[in-house]
Design a protein. Structure first.
Length: 404
């Protein structure tokens, strides 16, 4: 980190108190704040060529593209944008879903490239009596069992409380990662990577699982833009855990999303890698070698050599809204590192875009969410999960942002 920012950064480290340790901590990893190593972070406002970044033009045309490229090469892999065609087919609809409160649309999103195609199912509910011409929408990137996003609503889950969102005037949608890239080290190649973008598999900085999930979310946004019942300019992408990692990468890559929400995304998501607290780069690459690009393995037990850290990913989303959520007992995901990353990354909102979004120096306590313009954070009590309480905080934030 440039010396002009070091006192600011380390004062945050000293003032933020440690949170209670999880009863489900994994042995052999650090959960002691006193053992977090000293570290410095890449400067948000100095390019790799040493150029000071002070203006929106410099940010948009020099530093932000550079940050995205660094994450592509070293962490998530290239995200291909070329395709030959995309079509949307309504395969099932229900004008009286949720006891007449919503319209169900089950849509097949079919993408063609080089004579091959894949079809990604997309489930959408739109409030039947929403105010205005079109409803804002939240998309969930989910890796949990498909029953969590059951379109029949015979099975319901707080992981995707669709009725809650409908009651508050939001459209709600979901994609399952298995429809673009299986969440499995043996079969993750079988969908878009083998059929549409096989060249990515030969590249050391090629797209892998997390990038494929972000690609799928972008195709959902393509659909939202085509649906007159949905206001795609007021769209949020949400992910929990590994889905939260993918959501952040989606928001950084695709500027069409008004809100990017990361719920307990931890290492490779919102948490700072250099803290080496809870899950580490080496552990995540060992357990999930298909999530990140091959080059990310260079930084196993070598985080200080990374040319990026996760605060830079949050900065790349500016000036659009970013929300990071943590759980008190989920120390594996490093809640403190998640908040630090948001606070440091939000300096792009403040410094470049002159937004009044200076987050508190101390990490908010359980049950005290911070909703400040384009920035949101909360710490929920409990363990690693996405709950109805988390969603209620997200919707409160969106209500303010969209002035509902």
């Amino acid at each position: 980190m440039n010396n002009r920012f070091s006192p600011y950064f380390f004062s945050i480290l000293l003032l933020l108190g440690a949170t209670r340790l999880s009863t489900a901590q994994q042995a052999g990893f650090n959960y002691d704040e006193s053992k977090v190593p000293s570290y410095s972070l890449p400067d948000l406002f100095v390019s790799t060529k040493g150029q000071e970044i002070n203006t929106i033009t410099d940010w948009n045309f020099v530093r932000r593209p550079e940050i995205i490229s660094l994450f592509e090469d070293h962490v998530y892999g290239k995200l291909p944008r070329d395709l030959d065609g995309i079509t949307f087919t309504l395969v099932n609809g229900d004008e009286q879903a949720m006891d007449g409160l919503a319209i169900l649309k089950e849509v097949n999103v079919t993408v063609q490239r080089n004579g091959k195609s894949i079809t990604m199912p997309l489930t959408v509910f739109v409030p039947k009596h929403h105010q205005g011409d079109a409803a804002p929408v939240f998309l969930l990137i989910t890796h949990r069992g498909p029953e969590n996003i059951d379109p029949t609503r015979k099975e319901k889950s707080d992981f995707w409380p669709a009725e809650m969102l409908i009651s508050r005037g939001y459209a709600v949608a979901a994609i399952h990662v298995q429809d673009v890239s299986d969440d499995n080290k043996e079969t993750f190649k079988e969908d878009i990577l083998t059929k549409l973008y096989p060249e990515q598999l030969t590249m050391s900085n090629g797209m892998r699982g997390l990038g494929a999930w972000a690609w799928g979310a972008m195709r959902a946004m393509d659909y939202f833009e085509s649906d007159p019942d949905i206001d795609a300019t007021r769209a949020g992408v949400v992910g929990h855990s590994r889905g939260g990692k993918a959501a952040l990468w989606t928001g950084a890559q695709d500027t069409r999303w008004a809100i990017t929400i990361s719920n307990e995304s931890g290492c490779g998501g919102a948490a700072l890698s250099r803290r080496r607290f809870g899950e580490t780069v080496a552990r995540i690459n060992t357990n999930f070698p298909y999530w990140f690009t091959d080059n990310f393995n260079r930084y196993n037990d070598n985080e200080d050599a990374l040319p990026v850290d996760q605060h830079m990913l949050i900065a790349a989303i500016a000036p659009r809204a970013v929300y990071v959520a943590s759980a008190e007992e989920d120390q594996w995901a490093d809640p403190k590192g998640e908040y630090l990353s948001l606070k440091l990354g939000s300096r792009a909102h403040q410094t470049i875009y002159q937004m009044d979004t200076k987050l508190p120096q101390e990490q908010p306590k359980v049950g005290e969410p911070i909703h400040m313009g384009s920035l949101g954070y909360h710490m929920r009590g409990g363990t690693h999960n996405l709950t109805a309480l988390d969603w209620s905080y997200f919707l409160d934030f969106a209500d303010k942002l969209f002035q509902k």
